[in-house]
Design a binder for this molecule. Structure first.
Ligand SMILES: Cc1cc2nc3c(=O)[nH]c(=O)nc-3n(C[C@H](O)[C@H](O)[C@H](O)COP(=O)(O)OP(=O)(O)OC[C@H]3O[C@@H](n4cnc5c(N)ncnc54)[C@H](O)[C@@H]3O)c2cc1C
Length: 383
């Protein structure tokens, strides 16, 4: 039996970042079911940092995470964690009202959001069809995230702080014995006063092992694929181009284009795989909006984005099961919000309350904690 203060279940971005923060003061063991950490949603994202996507809680968490990405702690990573990549939001004629609303709402969080005319939009992303784009706005300070470097930075930092990582360690049972959790895996047994549930799409399965009530988590499949850029064209200076109706987006990615139909199909927790129909829908929408004629998809994948009803993450102590802490429901935002959520988790675990800067953004336990999910089935704001 390996003893720790805190056992974190799940080695994706949520578990890795929280384990890193908590290890500053506690003995932490991170347990991951797969042979390596980051196999599921964390390794399948679009790697975008924006303050203009998600509900207002998500936008505030992104703001509170920016400094970490831009100025990480010394020694965190040899790589630069983020690089400039503006986001161009476009609309057709029939989407102009939605575009105006999105711009007004966006400016409340991102004052430097600028409206641009179709010609200026096409100058930024010359592949767009002139007769498709009727209006646009641009977010200049959004970023690409080097997800691998961020994730590895957290895992490496966890080890430097004395924590340990056990892979191939699916948690199969958890029992409470004399105020301690005993956690069974095929790679050994572990004991700790605190268990953190950072199991992504499987968070409710893990919670059911301790008898915690569900939070209404719904994993939703999202598809992405890669295509070659047109011959002789370097797409790297282009922005991420996002359709205001969430019908598709594309962005440059290592000399190619990453495309998504922005699908959100409810799914059981699983190793998500792309469906041909979703790739076809993405290709169709992309080819309507651009001059691209795609003959070959070079790579395709899918991942799960897990939501509760209000679209905000669930971070906090379970109010009924002692020693059980939720870090779940990061939706489509779990990379860009990880630094702030991990700091919040570490402070709450230490019983110090939500960090001051998050409280200043209005992010308290009534907004983040699990009890809100059981009260009313909280109203859906925006996914
Ligand atoms: C196509 C796509 C695009 C996205 N784009 C972005 C983006 O641009 N920006 C952004 O911020 N976010 C984005 N996201 C969302 C982001 O990827 C997720 O919010 C984030 O990765 C969630 O991290 P996680 O650690 O909660 O989950 P995961 O990475 O899924 O990790 C959970 C881990 O728990 C492990 N686990 C489960 N059960 C057990 C068990 N019983 N025992 C041990 N281990 C267990 C799993 O094996 C898994 O590794 C995107 C997601 C997708 C799919």
């Amino acid at each position: 039996m390996t003893a720790a203060d805190v056992v974190v279940i799940g080695g994706g971005m949520a578990g890795a970042s929280a384990a890193y923060e908590i290890a500053a003061r506690n003995r932490v063991v991170l347990l991951e079911r797969e042979k390596f950490c980051g196999y599921h949603s964390t390794g399948r994202s679009a790697a975008s940092f924006t303050e203009n996507y998600g509900n207002s809680v998500i936008r505030r968490l992104a703001k509170a995470s920016r400094t970490f990405f831009e100025r990480p702690p010394p020694g965190f990573s040899e790589a630069t964690l983020v690089a400039p990549r503006g986001i161009l939001t476009i609309g057709r004629t029939d989407q102009l009202e939605a575009l105006a609303r999105a711009f007004e709402r966006g400016r409340a969080f991102v004052p430097d959001l600028v409206e641009i005319d179709p010609a200026a939009a096409i100058a930024r992303a010359p592949i767009l069809h002139r007769d498709y784009v009727a209006g646009a706005f641009f977010e200049p300070r959004s970023r690409d995230i080097d997800v691998h470097a961020v994730h590895q930075g957290f895992l490496k930092g966890l080890k430097v702080r004395g924590g340990s990582i056990v892979t191939d360690a699916e948690v199969s049972a958890i029992d409470r014995h004399r105020n301690l959790w005993r956690i069974e895996t095929r790679s050994g047994r572990f004991e700790a006063a605190v268990v953190i549930d950072a199991a992504g799409a499987w968070a409710e399965e893990v919670a059911s092992m301790v008898g915690a009530r569900p939070i209404g988590l719904v994993p939703k499949r999202r598809t992405a694929f890669s295509i070659d850029a047109p011959p002789g064209v370097d797409p790297s200076p282009w922005p991420l181009v996002d359709d205001v109706g969430a019908e598709f987006y594309f962005k440059p990615d290592a000399g190619r284009l990453l495309v998504s139909p922005a699908d959100a199909t409810p799914s059981p927790p699983t190793d998500a795989q792309p469906e041909e129909i979703d790739v076809a829908i993405g290709l169709d929408r992309l080819q309507r909006a651009t001059a691209l004629s795609v003959h070959r998809v070079t790579h395709k994948w899918a991942g799960l984005r897990s939501f509760v009803a209000d679209g905000s993450p669930v971070v906090g102590w379970d109010d009924e099961v002692e020693g059980f802490f939720w870090l779940a429901a990061q939706g489509g935002y779990g990379i860009k919000t990880a630094p702030a959520l991990a700091r919040a988790a570490a402070r709450l675990i230490a019983r110090d309350g939500v960090p001051r800067d998050l409280l200043d953004h209005g992010l308290d336990q009534s907004v983040l904690g699990p009890s809100r999910c059981r009260l009313t089935g909280a109203a859906l704001t925006e996914n």
